[in-house]
Design a protein around this ligand. Structure first.
Ligand SMILES: [Zn+2]
Length: 216
């Protein structure tokens, strides 16, 4: 490498940046025209610069994408939380109504002590006309008293004096149907003979019904 090449190569950075005085600039340009080696070095420098620029650009792009991703994932997790909450609310509501529809569809029919077999059949047949799948459970006066004793086993004051001979409770049917049919059944059998009272929970609010069953 001759002396001029050395000088020119030292000046190449300044030449590239455009910071050389006019005389130095002219020297470099003249030399580059005739010296292949220095031209090659200069073109390598330009390539390097382009590559550095490219790298910086790519890094900026990556940074930007990272930021966007972060924002998106924050948005996504928020959406997932909202979706999960909505899902739970919907499922809870469906659950409550299904539970209410089935469980609140029970009708208790308290029977008069002097009810006849014919009247009992009449009640049953009327109900079966409304819901042929209705299930009947019959509790006699004794069953009702035993149930009470089971529930309030220790409460002697409440139960004292009650016996099979002195039983103030009524025999009853529990009819298992659904909420809609329970209402129809009540309406249809109200006028029949032998019934003391008809009760059911088919008119309660589904939420109150369900929560009272599970929480209380
Ligand atoms: Zn040279």
């Amino acid at each position: 490498m001759n002396k001029e090449c050395e000088i020119v190569q030292d000046l190449l950075f300044g030449y590239q940046d455009g910071t050389l005085h006019a005389a130095s600039k002219e020297l470099v340009e003249k030399h580059l025209k005739k010296c292949e080696e220095c031209r090659r070095i200069f073109s390598e420098m330009k390539k390097d610069e382009i590559e550095v620029d490219k790298k910086e650009e790519q890094e900026q792009e990556i940074d930007y994408l990272k930021k966007v991703n972060k924002k998106m994932s924050r948005k996504n997790s928020l959406l997932m939380v909202i979706g999960t909450i909505l899902g739970i609310i919907i499922l809870l509501n469906v659950g409550i109504f299904v539970y209410y529809y089935n469980e609140a569809g029970k009708v208790q029919i308290y029977l008069n002590d002097d009810i006849t077999q014919e009247q009992m059949d009449d009640i049953k047949n009327t109900i079966l006309k409304i819901d042929e799948n209705a299930k009947f459970e019959y509790y006699s006066k004794e069953d009702a008293l035993n149930k009470l004793k089971k529930t309030f086993g220790d409460n002697k004051d409440l139960l004292s004096g009650y016996s099979e001979d002195n039983n103030p409770l009524n025999a009853y049917y529990v009819v298992d149907t659904n909420v809609e049919k329970a209402k129809d059944i009540k309406n249809m059998i109200t006028s029949l003979q032998g019934i003391k009272k008809i009760t059911g929970l088919y008119d309660t609010n589904p939420y109150i019904f369900t929560f009272s069953k599970f929480i209380m």
